[in-house]
Design a protein around this ligand. Structure first.
Ligand SMILES: [Zn+2]
Length: 302
């Protein structure tokens, strides 16, 4: 049994990235984007580490769940024979400290105690499991994944895993075997069907189609991409090379994310890509990956 929800960057991050490539963001929006990126980097680091676990341990990432009108997020969880193990991932870097139970950032700013967030989530998860009749116990760990993280004044706490402790911590999972039961399946199904992926923006920036830059942009760093051969593009900023087909798919995704109400047509994507990709290439990708709707001149893709 391997049920693995692929890691995706939180939708908000993808949304802001797509917009950032084509429009100047305000400093507040930029700050928001950067802090989300930092979090996503941490989750990617953790995903790479969890990939070393035996294949039959189900791992779920990035769940947004709701109980009693309260939404809570789970960064990652894995399901063992008799329990779930839930991970809260922090990608903090630098010298943090705790003085009289108050957390301080490397710049000595007061900050929220991440353990309080875990306590709150624990209560919500208990309620969620009870409501859905899932009698499975769980452990909850706070994982600091950045190798350059230091926390002064910390008292030992088995729920907190520091960067240097990660290898030994993961070793304890490596000899786990799991024989799937009905409860395992029910737990996974319930978590996935209740996962809310809706894009909920706190402040949705204003933009319209005309003001956005048209062209091909890198999904990693937002840099402009240039065609380097018949079938590939290269980012002028981070130098990653992407094949034409993937570029077109990515540009369609960005368009859908920014303009969810609009219909996707060959001509729209042609314009969106700054007329840098031929209509034929776009059409081929649309026909292979989307469903054709409408007739003759009104043809669009879903
Ligand atoms: Zn790039």
């Amino acid at each position: 049994m391997t049920i693995m929800k692929p890691l995706f960057l939180p939708q908000q991050l993808r949304f802001l990235n797509a917009l950032h490539a084509r429009k100047e963001l305000s400093s507040g929006q930029l700050h928001h984007l950067q802090s989300m990126k930092k979090g996503a980097d941490g989750e990617i680091r953790w995903t790479t580490l969890l990939n070393e676990l035996p294949d039959d341990i189900p791992i779920l990432y990035d769940l947004n769940l709701e109980i009693n009108q309260t939404v809570f997020q789970i960064d990652a969880l894995c399901i063992l024979q008799n329990k779930m193990v839930i991970f809260e991932i922090k990608n903090y870097r630098g010298n943090y400290s705790i003085v009289d139970n108050q957390w301080f950032s490397p710049t000595k700013k007061e900050m929220k105690d991440p353990l309080l967030q875990i306590k709150r989530n624990e209560t919500l998860i208990h309620q969620f499991l009870k409501k859905h009749q899932l009698p499975i116990p769980f452990d909850y760990h706070l994982i600091f994944v950045h190798p350059e993280f230091v926390l002064y004044g910390a008292t030992p706490n088995q729920n907190v895993i520091f960067p240097g402790q990660i290898p030994a911590f993961l070793d304890t999972f490596k000899n786990q075997t799991i024989s799937p039961t009905g409860l395992h399946t029910k737990v996974i199904d319930t978590l996935l069907t209740n996962h809310k992926s809706k894009l909920t923006m706190l402040v949705k920036p204003e933009y319209d189609y005309e003001e956005l830059a048209k062209g091909v942009f890198c999904n990693g760093c937002c840099g402009r991409m240039m065609r380097i051969s018949k079938k590939s593009f290269k980012c002028t900023h981070c130098s990653q090379i992407i094949v034409l087909k993937k570029v077109v798919l990515e540009m369609i995704k960005q368009y859908k994310l920014l303009f969810p109400q609009r219909k996707i047509k060959k001509s729209t994507i042609y314009d969106w890509c700054g007329k840098e990709i031929s209509g034929d290439s776009i059409l081929r990708v649309l026909q292979q990956n989307y469903t054709e709707k409408g007739k003759s001149r009104g043809v669009y893709y879903e």
